[in-house]
Each structure stands twice: as structure tokens, then as C-alpha cells.
Design a protein around this ligand. Structure first.
Ligand SMILES: Cc1cc2nc3c(=O)[nH]c(=O)nc-3n(C[C@H](O)[C@H](O)[C@H](O)COP(=O)(O)OP(=O)(O)OC[C@H]3O[C@@H](n4cnc5c(N)ncnc54)[C@H](O)[C@@H]3O)c2cc1C
Length: 282
């Protein structure tokens, strides 16, 4: 296995365009598991962890998070999304959080990737660059299936961008234990009071991350009635209905981590709790 250590984005892009099958290595917390279990055997690995440009985190009305921002930095620096910080706190162990990156979560594109429901709820844009061009895809266009994305082999994920949506956000995850756990179900809820929009992203509940569109419209009606700028408290019936709509949007399966019925149940519970939590944050 040949390993190239890139220092600049240009070097990464040259390798991706000239070496067929070149595989990027960021924190290695997914890729090395694949290699160790014999599920991947790339002839050429391009290590990108020294590329400074990919570590930038900018916040100026719009947030731009470089692909190499780690979970630890999402916790220590202000990541421009409270839900993303909550999601980062649930990822792996301190060692995994020190090494694992946003770009690696997007590169693997698992329905259980914990940053992905947040990016969906934020309606984030994924920035992809090749030696020839740069393109931007909305998260819903980027993720196309379980561990499948619209990223072309010669493209580097450079960053994710989203509107700074304010503090009314949360992320919840249910697993079979409290730490070092793959989500049985996850939910990110973002209420952008200034732009009058609600985003709800569901993880581990379908082949891709799912946006619960009907639940979003229902919640937008509630916030419009309560006054978008004001903290409020949804009625128990409204919170329950929101949870029901969240669960109805899921396309879960039975697998080793949980049954489809259990996933729907926890989504309904998380939905009701998440709505009550974010409604109280002005
Ligand atoms: C013990 C353990 C616990 C874990 N717990 C969690 C958890 O709780 N939640 C969770 O979501 N994940 C978890 N993971 C999975 C993993 O840590 C994350 O998916 C992490 O974000 C991967 O980032 P990385 O930088 O290590 O990626 P890498 O392993 O370096 O790369 C992953 C994939 O993405 C590609 N890639 C990396 N960067 C880019 C880029 N910039 N452009 C294009 N492609 C790229 C690589 O080629 C590779 O295919 C865990 C893993 C382990 C080993």
C-alpha cells in the first residue's frame, strides 16, 4: 500500500485525478477499521490530515466548517450549531473524537453517522472540489443511500456550510448503551426563528438520513401561532402529534441494533421531547 502525505488541497486533488482508486485518509477511524477487517485494500492512500485549509471553521451569519474539523473541536470551539455540538458529544470515546472528522463522517455516509441528521436539519450544503471544478450539493442531494453519496471518485469533500440558525436546536440519540454506541435512532431538530423554518433530520431510521417534512410543516404552524421570536411551550397534544409525524416519516428496518417498531417508538418519544426542548429556547 502506497501512502502519500498531502500538505495542500492541490496535492490531494492531483492525486485523486491521476491515481485510480486513490483513497483519502483523514482521522482513519472508519478507514482503518475497514482495512483491518479486510473489507478495504486500497493500493494508494492519500493522508489529508496535514492540509491546513481543511481545518478552517468560519462563522459570519453563515457557518463554514472545514472537512478536517474533529469532534473535539466541535465541542471545544463554537461549531455554529448547538445540535452539532450535542451530536459530537455522543460520538465514540475521547480518542475517536480527537481523530474523527466531519469529512470522514460524510465520506463514510452511514445512516448512523451522527453529524448527518444535524446537517440535514440545518439544510447544509456540502462543498466538493475536483482538479477541474467545485460544486455545492444540498445534503439531501449528497447522500444517496446507505454508505453511498453523490461524491465522485476524483472529488474531495472540502467543507459543509449552513445558515447560522441560532440557539433553538437539539440532537437526541438512542443506543443500546450510553457511550461508544452506534445510534439505534437519532433525531436533530433545528428551529431557525429568524428565517421562520424548522428542520428535522432522522438518523438510523432508513437507507438515508430522512427529513420529516410533514412534522416540519406542523411545527412551523405551531411557531407561527406562538410568535416565531418568543419562547413557548407546546401543549402535550401538540408535542405528541409532532412525535407521531416524526415517527411516520421513518423507514426503519429490523436489525441487530433494534426492531423497526422500537425505532418508531423512540422517534415518537424523542420528537415530542425535542419539540418541547427547542420551543423553550428563544
Ligand atoms: C470505536 C469507534 C466508535 C465510533 N463511534 C461513532 C459514533 O458514535 N458516531 C459516529 O457517527 N461515528 C462513529 N464512529 C465512526 C467514525 O469515527 C466517524 O464516521 C468519523 O467521522 C470518521 O472520520 P475520520 O476522519 O476518522 O474518517 P476516515 O476513516 O479517515 O475516512 C472515512 C471515509 O471517508 C473518506 N474521507 C475522509 N475524509 C474525506 C474528505 N475530506 N473528502 C472525501 N472523502 C473523505 C475516506 O476515504 C473514507 O472512505 C466510530 C468509530 C469507531 C472506530
Amino acid at each position: 500500500m502506497s501512502v502519500q502525505v498531502a500538505r495542500h488541497v492541490g496535492e490531494v486533488l492531483d492525486n485523486l485525478s491521476s491515481v485510480t482508486g486513490a483513497t483519502l485518509l483523514a482521522g482513519g477511524t472508519d478507514l482503518l477499521v475497514e482495512i483491518n477487517f479486510g473489507r478495504a485494500r486500497p493500493a494508494t492512500v492519500v493522508a489529508i490530515d496535514r492540509v491546513a485549509e481543511l481545518k478552517n471553521l468560519e462563522r459570519n451569519g453563515r457557518v463554514r466548517m472545514g472537512a478536517l474539523v474533529t469532534y473535539t473541536r466541535m465541542l471545544d470551539d463554537d461549531p455554529g450549531s448547538p445540535a452539532l455540538r450535542e451530536a459530537a458529544r455522543t460520538v465514540g470515546s475521547p480518542q475517536i473524537r480527537n481523530a474523527g472528522t466531519l469529512g470522514g463522517n460524510l465520506g463514510t455516509c452511514s445512516p448512523a453517522g451522527d453529524t448527518l441528521p444535524v446537517l440535514a436539519a440545518l439544510d447544509a450544503t456540502i462543498v466538493l472540489r475536483s482538479a477541474k471544478t467545485e460544486r455545492r450539493l444540498r445534503f439531501g442531494e449528497f447522500m444517496t443511500g446507505p454508505k453511498k453519496s453523490a461524491r465522485r471518485p476524483d472529488e474531495l469533500i472540502v467543507a459543509a456550510e449552513w445558515d447560522d440558525a441560532g440557539p433553538a436546536q437539539t440532537f437526541m440519540k438512542v443506543g443500546t448503551r450510553n457511550a461508544m454506541v452506534i445510534a439505534v435512532a437519532g433525531l436533530a431538530l433545528v428551529v431557525d426563528r429568524a428565517r421562520k423554518r424548522v428542520g428535522a433530520g432522522l438518523g438510523s431510521c432508513g437507507p438515508t438520513i430522512i427529513r420529516a417534512a410533514e412534522a416540519e410543516r406542523f411545527a412551523e404552524g405551531l411557531f407561527a401561532d406562538a410568535g416565531w421570536e418568543r419562547a413557548s411551550r407546546p401543549s402535550d397534544a401538540a408535542a405528541k402529534e409532532f412525535g407521531r409525524l416524526v415517527a411516520a416519516a421513518a423507514k426503519p428496518i429490523d436489525d441487530v441494533r433494534g426492531t423497526a417498531a422500537y425505532r418508531r417508538h423512540v422517534l415518537a418519544v424523542m420528537g415530542a421531547r425535542a419539540l418541547a426542548r427547542v420551543a423553550a429556547i428563544a
